[in-house]
Each structure stands twice: as C-alpha cells, then as structure tokens.
Design a protein around this ligand. Structure first.
Ligand code: IVH
Length: 466
C-alpha cells in the first residue's frame, strides 16, 4: 500500500463520517425543526467535506450534501409518466357533504365504521420522489396526474428532501408523494427582495412555490425558501408496504421525510368534522397556507375496495374552507376619478363567486401597482375578497398566459373631462388637475351626502349625477 492509498483510505472514511454527521444535523434542522448543531459547527463540517472532495474528486457521490446545488441549468424539463397516476380529490364544503361521503364509503366497504386519517391540505405543489436503493433517483411534479415534469435537480436543492433514506437494504424502490410549499414569512421576505430588485411580485405562496420549482436553473430554486410535507406512499417495489395509511406515514417519517405533525387518526366522521372546526380557527396561526382538510380511509384494504371514480379516489375527500380568493379573467381595466382627483384604475372581471358573492369589479390601486405586479389585460388573475372590504386583484397567474395579454398604461388624459393628467414626482397616484372635473364633483357630492359625512338621505347617486 502506497502512502497515497493510505491517505485516500483515510479521506474516504472521514468523508463518510462527515456525511453521516451532516445528514443527522440536516434531519434535525430541516425535518424535525429541532437543531442540534450551531451554524458555525455545521459550516465547519461542510467546509471539511468540501475540501476533502476537492482533493479526492472520485469520492464525490450524488447524495453528498455538497451536491444539493451545482447542476447546470437545463434548457427544458423532460416529461415523466407516473407509474401510478397522481389522483386528485373530490371536495366537500359542509359537514353534511362529509357525512354523505362517509356513509357511502362505509356502505361500499361493507363496514359499520371506517377509521379516518385527518391531514391538513397544504396549499403548494404536489411532488413525487422516487428512491432507488435508498437514494433519490427522480423528483417530479404532478402535472396532469398522468404525466408530470422531471424536476429532480430542483428538488435536490430543497433541504427537507432527503438525498438518501435509511431504507437502502429493505425497500429497493419506492415513491413518496407530498407537497412542496412556501411559508407565509418566506413568501413575504422573497417579495420584499423582489420589490427592491424591481422584479415581478408573486401573488401568493402557492404561486411562489410553483414558480420556484419550475426554474431551469437549480441555483435559483436553491435560493428560494421551499419546504416539504410528505403525505402519501405512491408505490413500493420489492417489499410489503404497511396495511394502514397511518403506519405508512410513520414509515415515511422514520425514513427521514418531513411529515406534518398535525395529523390525527379518528374512529368516525363526527370526530373528523370536529377536526375541521378545530382547524378553522387554528389555521390562522400556521406559518404556511392550507386550503382545507383531507380525510383518508385508514385501512388500505378498504381503500382498494373503494377504488376511484375518474381521477378522484372514493377513499379520500377534501373539506374546503370558504375561500377568500378565486381566479378569473381580467377582461379590461377602467379608470374612475376620485374625490380628490385621483385616477383609480379598477379591474373589469369575468364575474366570479367569492365566498357567496359575485365579484365583477375589483380595485387595482394605481398604475405602479399594476406594473409592479405585471398585470395585463386578458390575464387570469387572483382576486381576493375578505368580508366587506373592496375586492382586490392580487396578481396574475403567469403560468396560464397565452401570449395574447396586453400591458396597460394610465391614459394621458382624464377619462371624464379630457384634461391632461399629472403624476407628482415620487407619488404612486396620478391625478386629474381640473378642479371642475365633473368626475370629481360627482364624487365630492356623493361623499358629502353619504352617511359617514353629512348623512343627508334622499340624495342618492342618481340625484348627485344630475
Ligand atoms: S392526498 C388521492 N393529502 O391536494 C390522494 N393531497 O386536491 C391525493 N394536497 O394534488 C392527494 N395536502 O397537491 C393529499 N395532505 C394531503 C394534501 C394534498 C395538499 C394537494 C395535492 C393534491 C391536491 C388534490
């Protein structure tokens, strides 16, 4: 044995030791949210590993923690056909709909009662991770359920995605499914950075997560605050999967995946309904968006008996909380003149139901907000309406663009009186400078007679206009 062989052997041993220490530390930090090492100690381990790998390049393996970032940008994503289709979920909007679903499931499964697993419905993007001999072999999006996109190199940069799992010997191949998402705080921080850099803002954490995962350059994905919760075993090859969904979730957690801590096994539908009520208020405290609760029949045998209709399994259902947001088309942008002469752009929408109310108009604030969010006429846009507040356009769904969308600019003249508009330096608002503008006079009068001001009854909008 030469001196060089000896140092190579020593390096190999040390590299393995470092990787396992880093893997344990990462699991504690990113999966269990319970850090064990200080940042400095972690940095020192990573630095030593990187130096050794630089000195002995043949020791670099794809599941080394140094390999999370570094792949070259792609020119396009490859399609992936899912071995088992990634199903969607039927929705229920009330306790009664949940009871009906449950009664039917019990009848079809010939059971008096069925245990249910209650899970939060994370509002992100569904992903599928394939492991071969314990190593992450492929990561994909759900796509249309049958064919998704291969985004392995992007998913490798997400810290809670294990590059290798503790099951190399026992389960040769399997697929874990779950949600990749962004926290509210991560989303807000990202948008602040983007505002400073004058980049287009993301409309919500879900769009931000989707946009971050569908980056051809994994370096960009790596810089985004993405997280995962795994909630389903897709398929298992060469081993027997557990007989209940609950045990499968426990298995995923044991392998090193991040699973949601707020899951519960309940004996019947009434306890499941209680779970939806409990989370209706508690969900405000979560730092990640959920849009409902998912119920899954626990026994896999009963699941198989129940099968599915179309793309929806009969053994699972999503309870949806009333949403404050919907997506609809922006048909046009109008401008009205405010009381103080401000020109206020408003959205003319394809009418959409939000929380039981039809919304056809929404505010767009001002021209800067439209440009910053890159809202174009013809876009599919996300509209937010909460309580009695005026509905707002949150932003466009860029992935739904066809190319026919048209950017918008504030007209150069007041749409009511035709006077050239002014935009004071450093201000977001544009004004009609004509103090006699009929648009302004009308607003001023309706404001003056409104309940909040003088409360003069009998002068409605029609009279004020006259
Ligand atoms: S189960 C048949 N569980 O919801 C099982 N889905 O509307 C199908 N989702 O595409 C998925 N949290 O993106 C499941 N705990 C959860 C979920 C969840 C979020 C998403 C997922 C899926 C969509 C279906």
């Amino acid at each position: 044995m030469t001196a060089q062989d000896r140092s190579h052997d020593a390096a190999r041993l040390r590299v393995e030791e470092l990787r396992s220490e880093i893997a344990v530390a990462n699991h504690r930090y990113y999966v269990l949210d319970d850090p064990q090492l200080s940042d400095g100690a972690w940095d020192a381990l990573m630095r030593e590993l990187r130096d050794l790998e630089a000195a002995f390049p043949d020791l670099v393996t794809p599941d080394s923690p140094t390999q999370r970032v570094g792949d070259a940008p792609l020119t396009e994503f490859s399609p992936v056909t899912h071995r088992e289709p990634m199903l969607s979920l039927a929705n229920a909007f009330s306790a009664d709909e949940l009871r009906k679903w449950y009664q039917r499931a019990c009848r079809l499964a010939e059971a008096d009662a069925l245990e249910l697993v209650c899970e939060l419905k994370i509002d992100g993007l569904a992903i599928a991770l394939v492991y071969e001999n314990g190593r992450l072999a492929q990561g994909a999006t759900r796509g249309n359920g049958t064919i998704g996109e291969e985004i392995t190199q992007n998913l490798r940069t997400v810290r809670s995605v294990p590059l290798s799992v503790n099951a190399a010997g026992s389960v040769p191949r399997f697929e874990a499914r779950g949600e990749c998402y962004m926290t509210w705080s991560g989303f807000e921080r990202l948008n602040e950075q983007r505002a400073t850099a004058e980049e287009r803002l993301f409309a919500n954490p879900r769009n931000a997560a989707a946009g971050s995962l569908r980056q051809l350059d994994p370096g960009i994905t790596a810089s985004r605050p993405l997280h995962t919760f795994m909630y389903q075993v897709g398929w298992v090859e060469g081993a027997e999967a557990a007989a209940t969904h609950w045990e499968r979730l426990e298995w995923l957690a044991r392998l090193g995946f991040r699973t949601n801590p707020n899951i519960r096994l309940v004996p019947d539908i009434e306890s499941a309904i209680a779970f939806t009520e409990e989370w209706d208020s508690k969900r405000q405290q979560l730092d990640y968006p959920i849009d409902g609760i998912v119920f899954k029949v626990n026994a896999i045998e009963a699941q198989q008996q129940l099968g599915f209709v179309g793309k929806d399994p009969r053994w699972a259902i999503a309870f949806k909380y009333p949403s404050a947001e919907e997506t609809t088309r922006l048909n046009g942008i109008g401008v009205n003149v405010g009381r103080t002469g401000t020109l206020n752009p408003f959205a003319i929408l394809e009418p959409v139901q939000i929380g039981g109310v039809t919304v056809g108009l929404a505010t767009l604030h001002n021209e800067e907000a439209i440009l910053r969010k890159d809202i174009r006429v013809g876009d599919m846009v996300i509209v937010h309406r909460a309580g009695e507040v005026i509905p707002q356009v949150v932003g466009p769904v860029v992935s739904l663009r066809t190319g026919a969308e048209v950017p918008w600019h504030m007209p150069a003249e007041c749409p009511v009186c035709g006077t050239p508009v002014v935009k004071p330096e450093g201000e977001a608002m544009t004004y009609c400078p004509n103090r006699l503008c009929p648009g302004q006079a009308f607003r001023l009068l309706t404001h003056f007679v409104s309940r909040s001001a003088m409360d003069i009854e009998g002068i409605g909008e029609a009279l004020a206009q006259a």
